[in-house]
Structure formats: structure tokens, C-alpha cells
Design a protein around this ligand. Structure first.
Ligand code: RTP
Ligand code: MG
Length: 163
């Protein structure tokens, strides 16, 4: 049963193009990750073509902000990270989304001023970070950027085996 499973310890984080273009900001983000005991298992620089952004954000096709989102995500290189919580009792997906904060930076500034989007986000679209929202999406998104990575493959076998 799902309740007997360990919390999902992996997630996929993005440092989006606007922020990735600013080395001082990127440095500050990695300092924060170290301080909060995140393990960056893999990290790669990615440059999206429009079709890549459309594939990654397929669920948003047809939304009013889709073209803006594709334009943003193809505006320059960004960083994709396979993140792990070393503490097996902590859920990486929830913890990472809590750290980055609400989608809309203005809301983040009001409700979660310590969050990364409150500090670095610019607009509703240019919100500087991404985080997977569930174990299934984390697995899909990690595999999107790090296909068949052994860390993901082994973790999924262990996690699924827990039922
Ligand atoms: P994400 O998936 O990137 O972590 O963000 P989220 O769940 O907080 O937000 P979601 O609704 O999934 O939207 C995906 C990304 O689309 C852009 N967006 N722009 N009103 C707008 O202009 C708007 N709304 C969303 C953001 O870049 C958001 O992260
Ligand atoms: Mg989302």
C-alpha cells in the first residue's frame, strides 16, 4: 500500500534561464542548497529548442501563458538538477517546492518571503525555478533530462518494491 512507501527522496529542479544568466544569483542559490543540506546528484546545462519546451510542458499546451512560457524557456541556457534529500524520512518533492515557494513571485513575497521565488522571481512566467509536483512527475521529469540515470532507476526499483 502507498502509505508503506518511503517518502520520495528525489526530485527535478530547474534554475530557469533568467536566473541562470546571473552568476552571482546562481552562486547564492547553490549556497542556500548547501546550507539546507540538498544533495545535487546531477546537474547539466540545457538549451531548449521550442519543441523541447513544448514536450517538457506538454500539460500546459493551450493555456493562455503557453507561448510566453516557451519563449521564456528557450531564451537561453538553464540548469537542470537531479536533487536528493539525504534524510530518508523527508520527501524531496514537497521540500523543494516549499523552498522555491509559490508560482507567482508577488504572492511568494507576501506569503513566503524566505522562498527562492520571493527573492529571485520576476513575474508570473519568469519565476526562475521549477520543481516536480508528484513522484510520477518527478520520475518523468528526471528521466527527461537524465535518461535512464542509474540513480533514478535504482531508486524507483527500491521505492516501488516497498509496497
Ligand atoms: P512549475 O511547474 O514550473 O514548478 O510551476 P508551478 O507548478 O508552480 O506552475 P504551473 O502552473 O505548473 O506553471 C508552469 C510554469 O508556467 C509559467 N506560468 N506563467 N500567468 C502566467 O503568466 C503563468 N502561469 C504559469 C511559470 O513559469 C510556471 O512555473
Ligand atoms: Mg507545475
Amino acid at each position: 500500500p502507498i502509505l508503506d512507501r518511503p517518502p520520495f527522496a528525489l526530485t527535478l529542479g530547474l534554475i530557469k534561464p533568467d536566473l541562470y544568466a546571473d552568476p552571482n544569483a546562481v552562486h547564492a542559490v547553490f549556497e542556500r542548497l548547501r546550507r539546507d543540506q540538498w544533495e545535487v546528484v546531477r546537474q547539466r546545462e540545457v538549451l531548449f529548442q521550442p519543441r523541447d519546451a513544448g514536450a517538457f510542458y506538454a500539460e500546459h499546451q493551450g493555456r493562455f501563458f503557453f507561448d510566453r512560457l516557451v519563449g521564456y524557456m528557450t531564451s537561453g541556457p538553464f540548469s537542470a538538477m537531479l536533487l536528493r534529500r539525504p534524510d530518508p524520512n523527508k520527501d524531496a518533492i514537497t521540500a523543494w517546492r516549499a523552498l522555491i515557494g509559490p508560482t507567482h513571485p508577488v504572492r511568494a513575497q507576501v506569503n513566503q518571503p524566505q522562498s527562492l521565488r520571493a527573492e529571485f522571481g520576476l513575474t508570473d512566467t519568469r519565476n526562475s525555478f521549477h520543481g516536480s509536483d508528484a513522484p510520477e512527475t518527478a520520475a518523468r521529469e528526471i528521466n527527461f533530462f537524465f535518461p535512464q540515470d542509474p540513480v533514478l532507476v535504482e531508486y524507483l526499483a527500491h521505492w516501488r518494491g516497498a509496497d
